[in-house]
Design a protein around this ligand. Structure first.
Ligand code: NAP
Length: 254
């Protein structure tokens, strides 16, 4: 049995783990950061919590006898992706990444691009607006710097403590979100600007399509830089590459 560690926290990581776990020659463990209070069932053995930086992850890989590390974390989880590349190098373990492509703007989209979430709070401008924050609960704190706006904040787990702004509505929900439902939500709350990450994939694209249909501006936080490691864009493509990376380096011709 060859051991594979998948760094997860995404739908694709769960799907990849399920697919690889069907193989009798592989033993798959999925790693979660432990941010979500009740994560959906992953269907394979799970370990939870940080490793203690790249060095800690390298030690884990060696101790567990991991044959392949797969980074299937969210495109904005830049720290763990950097750690994964460095730990694999330190431990001499092959690594690969599942890199979901970002969304591209199409005709009718009104995107304003910013580099970080704090910049998005500034880009809202001085006049009060009705803002939909489709970000993780860890990031919404940046909007306390712009308390003049009304905020609709959607998250998987409650935002605790609540934001120190006078006018915010909280919504608990877990994707996927359909475009029609997103349109209804934006209309119901009279939203005129959305702050979003460029997550890519289908599950959260509904709000982007809905914004386009309604002519609503999207302040899009650009993707962070990620390490350059062998990667695939889909679960199927990555699963098809696994055997190649499980071969000893000499036989791979690298
Ligand atoms: P991050 O900033 O890149 O990572 C911060 C630290 O959290 C890492 O250094 C690591 O701690 C720990 N960590 C992160 N992912 C881990 C994993 N899969 N297994 C074990 N430890 C992990 O990550 P983040 O942006 O907070 O994201 C945390 C998790 O949420 C990830 O699994 C990611 O896939 C998921 N997620 C993130 C977003 C997002 O927008 N950022 C969206 C959806 C899902 P140590 O240094 O101690 O090892």
């Amino acid at each position: 049995m060859k051991k594979i560690l998948i760094l997860g926290g995404t739908t694709e990581a769960r799907q990849l783990a399920g697919k690889l776990a069907l193989r009798a020659d592989l033993s798959v463990t999925l790693s979660l950061a432990g941010r979500t209070e009740s994560p959906v069932a992953q269907g394979v053995p799970v370990r939870t919590g940080g490793f203690g930086g790249a060095h800690g992850l390298a030690a884990y890989l060696k101790e567990a006898g991991t044959a392949l590390l797969i980074d299937a974390t969210h495109p904005y989880a830049a720290q763990i992706s950097a750690n994964a590349a460095e730990a694999a190098r330190q431990a001499g373990v092959p690594s690969m990444a599942l890199r979901r492509p970002g969304w591209e703007p199409v005709e009718g989209d009104r995107w304003t691009l910013v580099d970080i979430v704090a910049e998005a709070a500034k880009a809202l401008g001085g006049a009060p607006r009705r803002v939909f924050l489709a970000l993780g609960r860890q990031e919404v704190g940046a909007f306390e710097a712009a308390p003049q706006h009304h905020y609709l904040i959607r998250s998987v787990d409650p935002v605790e403590p609540r934001l120190a702004v006078p006018d915010a509505t909280y919504l608990l929900a877990r994707g996927p979100f359909r475009e029609a439902d997103e349109r209804a939500l934006l209309a119901e709350h009279r939203i005129n600007v959305i702050v979003s990450k460029n997550s890519g994939g289908e599950a959260t694209y509904g709000k982007i399509a809905a914004a386009r249909a309604l002519g609503i501006e999207v302040i899009m936080v650009r993707r962070p830089a990620l390490p350059d490691v062998p990667s695939a864009e889909t679960v199927e493509a990555l699963a098809a590459m696994v055997d190649h990376f499980l071969e000893p380096v000499a036989e791979r011709g690298v």
